[in-house]
Design a protein around this ligand. Structure first.
Ligand code: AMP
Ligand code: MG
Length: 413
């Protein structure tokens, strides 16, 4: 059996970024991988502006009590027409408005006494107070993101603020998804004796929506090595990545590795991983191939650990270690050293360290305990049983990681 880290290293050795790009408007670029550096075309903000509602003044040589005559106003998008050319004048300003010429500080409106057209200040006024300097967020020409950055909503918002309309990104990775198994039925049809519904193909296609991928549902293959080999060879002509599920363990009807050997080559399989031991990785033509295990939880775990980062890497994304947390284990888990195990768990924040508890039966067919989980508890291959109260490493599952989660138990009255 191949250790998980070693398997991942071998996989990284097989992955070459596709290096093909396209131009997209930023509205279509969320989740895509930048292929060129993006630089700021302007200073941001583009002019000195007021950070508050108040009065723009010249802070040079003022007495502790100062009187000003208000001679003009500057609103956001409607600059003042006058400059402050003589001492003792002020210009009414609002948040985001251009600082009038000759002004270098803003006095808050709540800090002045107003009599008709005159204001009086009693607090010291410092140069640059409540002024946003031109370019203080970013200077023209600064790098906003490097090639290989996955573009988040927040990067793209920054680009929008700089007036950037288009970016160059890697083209989507073309992923063909098959399931295999004579027992599999399509949703919406009644089950015949011995059949189960195909959930793996659905699961993978659904997760692929989060990726910079173009997904092709290539259907379900029978347990027949000829049919599987032909289907993989045909699909490899168009795809960067081929995924199957099922048929990679050691049963009599497990033909996938054999089929891959006929039309491509198997690189490695049998990984010291639980769930997901039968995961098999190879190539067919110019496509990378993943034979994911058939048990639904094994499919999902191997997808998250191996397939998802491969898609990122094919798109040229900089490799990133998964974000993990340390949590206090509630309840203890049984584990025999040998394989790295990923247990479905519920992570909760507390006033102290976060806690995590397994969601129940960890059988690799049990979707109930996956649907109820928000994380995977990582149990290293060298570990034995872990006791209640010990610290464990936890990987947050994608949905939870992507959103700010409101603790509903606390939020409810
Ligand atoms: P296999 O490795 O093909 O023997 O599959 C292992 C287990 O996973 C068997 O119980 C299969 O019925 C089940 N399985 C395989 N493929 C799927 C699928 N696409 N959806 C749901 N269960 C599956
Ligand atoms: Mg099967």
């Amino acid at each position: 059996m191949l250790n998980v880290d070693l398997a991942f290293q071998k996989l990284v050795g097989l992955v070459r970024p596709i290096g093909e790009t396209e131009r997209l408007v930023i509205a279509d670029a969320v989740g895509r991988i930048a292929a060129d550096p993006v630089t700021a075309p302007i200073d941001l903000p583009p002019f000195d502006s007021s950070a508050m509602d108040g009065y723009a003044v010249d802070a040079t040589n003022l007495d502790s009590v100062a009187h000003f005559e208000v001679v003009d106003e500057s609103l956001a998008g409607r600059p003042a027409t006058h400059a402050l050319s003589t001492p003792g004048k002020a210009i009414r300003v609002f948040t985001g408005a251009v600082m009038p010429k000759g002004a270098n500080a803003v006095v808050l409106q709540e800090d002045v006494a107003k009599h008709g057209n005159t204001i009086t200040t009693t607090e010291p006024i410092h140069r640059n107070q409540h002024v946003r300097q031109r370019g203080h967020d970013v200077h023209r020409g600064a790098v906003l993101c490097r090639p290989g950055t996955r573009l988040s909503h927040f990067h793209l918002t920054w680009f929008a603020a700089c007036g950037i309309e288009e970016v160059t990104v890697s083209r989507r990775i073309r992923v063909g998804v098959f399931s295999t198994g004579d027992e599999l039925a399509e949703r919406g049809t009644p089950l015949k004796p011995g059949q189960i519904y195909d959930s793996n193909r659905f699961a993978i296609i659904s997760l692929l929506r989060e990726k910079a991928a173009e997904t092709f549902d290539l259907g379900c293959l029978p347990d027949d090595p000829d049919v599987i080999a032909n289907a993989l060879r045909d699909a490899s002509l168009d795809m960067d990545l081929l995924l199957t599920s099922g048929g990679v363990s050691v049963g009599d009807a497990d033909f996938v590795k054999e089929a891959v050997e006929r039309v491509g080559s198997m690189e490695f399989w049998n990984i010291a991983l639980k769930p997901g031991k039968p995961l098999a990785i190879g190539t067919v033509g110019k496509s990378l191939f993943f034979g994911l295990p058939g048990n639904p939880v094994s499919t999902l775990v191997t997808y998250l650990l191996f397939v998802a980062p491969t898609i990122d890497r094919l798109g040229g994304q900089q490799p990133m270690a998964p974000l993990t947390l340390t949590a206090v284990l509630e309840g203890g888990v049984k584990h025999t050293a040998g394989r790295r195990e990923y247990l479905r768990g519920t992570l909760r924040s507390t006033d102290d360290r976060p806690t995590v508890a397994p969601t129940g039966d960890q059988g690799s067919n049990r979707l109930a305990t996956l649907a109820g989980a928000n994380c995977l508890i990582v149990v290293n291959e060298a570990r034995h049983n872990i006791e209640d109260g010990e610290l464990v490493e936890v990987m947050v599952l994608p949905d939870e990681g992507a959103h700010l989660v409101v603790d509903q138990e606390r939020a409810l009255p």
